[in-house]
Design a protein around this ligand. Sequence first.
Ligand code: IMP
Length: 193
Amino acid sequence: MKKLVFATNNQHKTEEVRTLLSGEYEVLNLKDIGCTTDIPETADSFAGNAELKSSFVAENFHLDCFADDSGLEVEALNNEPGIYSARYAGERGDEANLRLVLQKLEGEKNRKARFRTVVSLIQNGERFLFEGTVNGTIRKTPTGGNGFGYDPVFQPDGYEQTFAEMSMSQKNEISHRAIAMRKLIHFLKEKAL
Ligand code: IMP
């Protein structure tokens, strides 16, 4: 079976994709291929960072690879936190990041935001990008205990709940990451035929 690396250290994400591609590809993560390098994410876009990760593996391990990069873009904050989503308030964690967004939006009427994921695939030396977006609004008060990151303040359009009030399976049906991953899986399955 063809090998395909998912440039992540997240075991949960790996298992999800492995299940979706079982029978068609052998999905390995960074640990599986013995890659212990902290791959720098120094680009100025999600696509750029995803490409840095996938090309690091393709070049150093000579294997086909895909990588993802995600974040929250708030319209009234000029699309911040964007690529800085994980460390918007420094290295102080999810709660501090979320509080900083709420603080910056105090008194702001435009609460529009979106989550974005870009997946970069390098296969046989060719590069492909897949994108997933979910539009929504930033609530004034965090609600819900599920999920992670900005989930307690993000209410996707068309829903009454925040991502953090949804079950994992409900969020996984509509999330930015799920949309981008579905596009990738669809592409890979067509190619494997
Ligand atoms: P990553 O690229 O998937 O590691 O995401 C980078 C950062 O974006 C995370 O650390 C979170 O702060 C934020 N983020 C990405 N996806 C989500 C999500 O589904 N819910 C909440 N926050 C997210």
